[in-house]
Design a protein around this ligand. Sequence first.
Ligand code: FUB
Length: 340
Amino acid sequence: MSRGLGDVYKRQKHILSIGILCLLAACSPKENQKTFVYEGNPLVRNNFTADPAALVHGDRLYLYVGHDEYYAGQDTASGGREFNITEWLCYSTTDMKNWTEHGAVLSPADFKWAVGEAWASQVIERDGKFYYYTTVQAGEPCVGKAIGVAVSDSPTGPFTDAIGRPLVTDDMTSNGARGWWNDIDPTVLVEEDGQAWLCWGNGTCFLARLKPNMTELDGDIAVVDLPEYVEGPWLHVRNGIYYLTYASMGEGRENIAYATASGMEGPWTYRGELTGMAENSFTIHPAIVEFKGKWYLFYHNAALTLDGRAGAIGRRSVCVDELHYNEDGTMQYVEQTKGN
Ligand code: FUB
């Protein structure tokens, strides 16, 4: 009798071990996925990458970036044509040191109405679905920069167009200084009570509620007045303080500044610069998340030389530095470091 019980116990232990192994296998990077170890900034060194957006899900931090690609003529182009971004890439980590490459997870070609160009994005999770809000160039009849939303059951895709049309088009907002290309750079925040907000814009910072389905605006589009606002807003909340961090105009190039409020409807109080300008780059673009007890600021510079090509306005590199808060909730100025 006691031997019988021992056998059952051994068998259960065996089954448990197999279960744990399967779970570990499912959670670890697949064999054909490439990995790399963080060696300091820039974080990604085998591709030019820009416009970081970070998402923490479970034990893992996912980093979504635009893939800055070289094209002949890039170095003499101007007016936004310096960029050649035809896909968004995803990387992930469980410890900020060992990174897994998930490759391209979305491309403008995944939106039937798009005619190319993959600018800044953010991915967020709600009720088990992952929503990819992103900037794409829309074709007829909504010509101009537009915001699309794709959805997936997994943070690494596949993502598919959630609504078959842009969520925000040029005709929905006033044009301001940047004309047809001011509807770019979406950021999304879901409050504890479930209210979701979409914020975006170049030259003007737009803000609107999202319906619970995450794929329709709910009500009017407001404008948030922020000093030296250029683009790249990022929303986050910590201890009841709401933060709107953005690329602002520094001395001829962008730096990062931010404002805070006690709620999404404002009023927003300007809190000053969070960083200086990025090395060798006209643009900079913030993403802020808490991961395993530490806060991080992701941004890009253009400090990497890859395949003999120096960093440039359209050949940028994502970096990360730690972020610290003061007692009163303001964020401490972040020095852009080499990270090692
Ligand atoms: O990458 C293209 C554009 O440059 C982004 O949409 C802006 O935020 C700026 O980084």
